[in-house]
Design a protein around this ligand. Structure first.
Ligand code: HEC
Length: 253
């Protein structure tokens, strides 16, 4: 019994070693692959020709008018260099590459850190233009999850992304700007990073706008200028039907 088992065991071992054990033999044939390797697939190798396209080139040129992520189109009103006639091809004072602004360097503007700590403050001048840019960028990049008022009720939440945080939370309101900058740049827990999509300047614009949103939802009556306060009081006194936004929902039902 034991002898029979040993014999079978030895033979089986030899067979297994013979099939699987030896390596290094060259063969022109494609090896067996139970799980196909992605090295062998239909694809165009870099810089190699292909008959598929009319011009025979494998690598394709970018489609006309393609712009890299984060690139801002040069503004027509930019001044040209002194002494250079203002033609379309004339060199601009600022090289276009300066406009592609992703994190470089270790300063506060690029990392949100001052030394080892999160810094706070918006390191660019706050202008109306910046706020508008921030609003637009927030609505594009953040509102899908965090909602238009940053209350954490964006459409992604309706579809099951339950961990979306409200940015109206006191903790986030008190959070250093630099830490928020870092969350946008590198992500945090279940939020992925937006550092590769949102250029540095836009990240600061978004944070400036986010601060305005937070203020708007947590303002006291004392923050409102007196003449505006009087208008608000009047609006409060009106019956609820007169308020905009109440009617369309009611009509649908
Ligand atoms: C795809 C959904 C999604 C998008 C888009 C998104 N976030 Fe978030 N965000 C999350 C989730 C989920 C969390 C909660 C992370 C956790 O703690 O698990 C979060 C948390 C945060 C926090 C709190 C981090 C902390 O310290 O607790 C901040 C601040 C924030 N997001 C800012 C932004 C800003 C600004 C944008 C736009 C650039 C943005 N998020 C875009 C999903 C998103």
């Amino acid at each position: 019994m034991l002898r029979g088992f040993l014999l079978i065991f030895v033979l089986a071992s030899i067979v297994i070693v013979a099939i699987c054990g030896f390596r290094g033999e060259h063969s022109p044939r494609t090896p067996w692959e139970i799980f196909p390797d992605m090295v062998r697939q239909q694809k165009v190798r870099a810089q190699s020709p292909i008959d598929f396209f009319g011009d025979g080139r494998g690598p394709r040129l970018p489609i006309a008018n393609t712009i890299p992520i984060g690139y801002e189109m040069p503004k027509p009103q930019l001044k040209t260099l002194p002494g250079v006639p203002p033609t379309a091809n004339a060199p601009r004072p600022e090289p276009a590459s300066n406009r592609i602004g992703f994190s470089v360097g270790t300063d506060y503007y690029n990392t949100g850190k001052m030394g080892n700590n999160w810094g706070t403050g918006i390191p660019v001048p706050i202008t109306e233009q910046l706020m508008q840019r921030g609003q637009q960028r927030f609505n594009i990049n953040c509102s899908v999850c965090h909602g238009l008022t940053a209350a954490g009720n964006g459409v992604a939440k309706l579809y099951g992304l339950n961990t979306v945080a409200t940015l109206q939370d006191e903790r986030i309101r008190k959070m250093a700007d630099g830490e928020i900058f870092n969350t946008v740049t590198n992500g945090k827990n279940t939020m992925m990073s937006y550092g590769g999509n949102v250029p540095v300047a836009d990240r600061w614009a978004i944070i400036a706008y986010l601060r305005a949103l937070q203020r708007s939802q947590n303002a006291a009556a004392a923050d409102v200028p007196p003449e505006e306060l009087a208008k608000l009081d009047k609006a409060e006194a009106k019956p609820p039907e007169a308020k905009p936004g109440a009617s369309p929902e009611a009509q649908k039902k």
